[in-house]
Design a protein around this ligand. Structure first.
Ligand SMILES: [Zn+2]
Length: 374
């Protein structure tokens, strides 16, 4: 269990299989985000049909509501949300640092107030692992501290703490049917990133996550950090780039040796009526679509594009019908999963490096940020 088999390599890009108790994951893989034990507006049937193989859920949110013990009593996350395939939970660290109020960090853990009702809680590495064991995902994360990437002094403190918390997370783990991934940090400092990669790689984690990127630094800085880090990581463990996943990020990440991605962007954009397409990002509210009989993207094989016109999608949006969010979410997730399938087949054929500029050009007008938050 939890072995990573590399099937093909091209430069630093790889395709492989990661074995989990709920089935084999083919990598590179893109994971839709199900923050509250649901990928917003979609059923598990939709997710299976559009080719999702891994779903992420959030420890911080599920701990606060409905509570990890309730989820455990209902048979764990897979049973609770009726998702039969592999699942991943984060450690809760990122949300504590980004969402919770009045947080106080010390070397032992973090005390914070719930963003829902203001009640006081405390996360430590041991608590995060206990919650994730109650939730029962196949892949779980060590508790880490994400710093402001441009504050080097704080990045060093947060990295040192993350290293000690990684060891404590390993010691706290009791279940042997969950793969615990270590997380490396280090802001945008190449020296700190190299130290963190070497340290986390030295611990007996079956997979390694790269945290603290896509949090305000530039794309060039993110790529530079990946260029420092992935050559220092063992080949035989999957690498997970946390919270990153525009079409351009998937292509650039795989080129630099990343295997697992997740991002809220496809479903968040869908709720704001924006669709990925090979013509660039489309705002489906646009009046020019009012009588457009074409599918959202003529090159797409998703249920939405096989079935409905742009005119119908725009009508649903103008009438504030909930189905609009569902149909555009199906399309946006399928677009990313289809892109990752294409990347896998290019690596198998040994033509990914040659095809990467073509793919980047095709998806280049989809990457500008149009929404800041939910
Ligand atoms: Zn589609």
């Amino acid at each position: 269990m939890f072995e990573y088999e590399i099937l093909a390599k091209e430069g630093r890009a790889r395709t492989g299989i990661f074995h989990t108790p709920h089935g084999d994951l083919q990598t590179p893989v893109f994971a839709p985000v199900g923050t509250q034990a649901t990928v917003k507006t979609l059923t598990p049937v939709h997710l299976e049909e559009l080719g999702a193989s891994l779903v992420l859920s959030n420890t911080y949110h599920l701990y606060l509501r409905p509570g990890d013990e309730l989820v455990a009593a209902m048979g764990g996350l897979h049973n609770f949300m009726q998702w039969p395939k592999p699942m991943l939970t984060d450690s809760g660290g990122f949300q504590v640092f980004s969402l919770a109020q009045m947080r106080k960090i010390d070397d032992d853990g973090v005390t914070f107030k719930s963003h829902i009702d203001g009640s006081t809680h405390r996360f430590t590495p041991e608590k995060s692992i206990a919650i994730q064991e109650n939730l029962g995902a196949d892949i779980i994360m060590a508790f880490d501290e994400c710093s402001d990437p441009n504050d080097r002094a704080y990045s060093q403190i947060a990295m040192d703490r993350t290293h000690r918390w990684a060891e404590r997370s390993l010691d706290a783990k009791t279940r042997n049917d969950q793969a615990l991934f270590g997380i490396l940090q280090g802001g945008v400092d190449p020296e700190l990133r190299a130290v963190s990669a070497a340290f986390i790689a030295s611990l007996p984690f079956p997979g390694i996550a790269i945290g603290g990127l896509s949090v305000g630094e530039s794309k060039d800085e993110m790529h530079a950090m990946l260029d420092v880090v992935t050559p220092l990581l063992p080949e035989n463990k999957p690498r997970y780039l946390m919270g990153v996943g525009t079409p351009e990020d998937l292509i650039n990440g795989v080129l630099r040796g990343i295997d697992i991605f997740d991002c809220v962007l496809p479903t968040r954009l869908a709720r704001h009526h924006a669709a990925f397409s090979s013509e660039g990002r489309l705002n489906m509210m646009n009046a020019s679509f009012a009588r457009d009989p074409r599918p959202l993207d003529e090159s797409c094989d998703c249920y939405t594009c096989r079935t409905f016109t742009r005119a119908y999608l725009r009508h649903l949006i103008m009438a504030k019908e909930l189905l609009a969010g569902t149909l555009i979410s199906i399309h946006n997730l399928r677009a990313l999963i289809r892109l990752i399938e294409e990347i896998r087949s290019h690596i198998s054929a040994g033509i990914f490096e040659k095809q990467a500029p073509v793919l980047l050009e095709k998806w280049s007008n989809n990457t500008q940020k149009s929404t800041k938050d939910d």
